[in-house]
Write a protein that binds this ligand. Structure first.
Ligand code: HEC
Length: 152
């Protein structure tokens, strides 16, 4: 019992101490001339779906949830955002070359179709991101059309 108490005490201290290692929540400024939604004049319905279900991890317009204030959850969230932006950042769409855009469009269609995106863990706390079958179809149709007509 004594050891359990000691361990509990140190776990608590460690938890308090890690709160002093914050994450950087400052978004880079977004240039509308490079941002996917403005650049492509995306229909309102599609923009809303993208903003609600993808933009938190795949843009520089991340809205951080309340629970992102506590380490170590905050670190995990931040690493998902960094990784998400590396794979696809809608805010800098205009800076990607043709090949990158094509492979990203294919990735978007595939991940939305097979339900790997938005990340399942994210949907639990973001009900808007829980895309229905019809919404998934709307998104994939839109991106398939863009890929086919080469209007990316
Ligand atoms: C909670 C954060 C989060 C959200 C929300 C999210 N993603 Fe991702 N996404 C990631 C991370 C992290 C990766 C990189 C690791 C991986 O592939 O799982 C990724 C990778 C990707 C990739 C590249 C992977 C591949 O196989 O090509 C695509 C494309 C993608 N996401 C599309 C989307 C789309 C479209 C949405 C919205 C419908 C979305 N994501 C929502 C975090 C997120």
């Amino acid at each position: 019992m004594k050891t359990a108490k000691k361990i509990g005490f140190w776990v608590l201290i460690a938890f308090v101490l890690i709160q002093f290692i914050p994450i950087d929540k400052v978004n880079k400024p977004v240039n509308p001339a490079k941002n996917f939604i403005e650049l492509k004049k995306t229909p309102r319905k599609i923009s809303l779906l993208l903003k609600n279900s993808c933009y938190d991890c795949h843009s520089d317009e991340t809205v951080y949830p309340k629970y992102s204030s506590f380490a170590p959850i905050s670190w995990s969230i931040k690493s998902h955002i960094n990784e998400g932006r590396e794979h696809l950042n809608f805010s800098v769409w205009g800076t990607y070359n043709k090949e990158l855009k094509e492979s990203m469009l294919r990735g978007i269609i595939q991940t939305v179709q097979n339900r790997t995106m938005p990340m399942p863990g994210y949907i639990v706390y973001h009900k808007d991101a829980n895309l229905s079958e019809a919404e998934r179809k709307l998104l994939t149709n839109y991106f398939e059309e863009m890929l086919k007509s080469k209007t990316y």
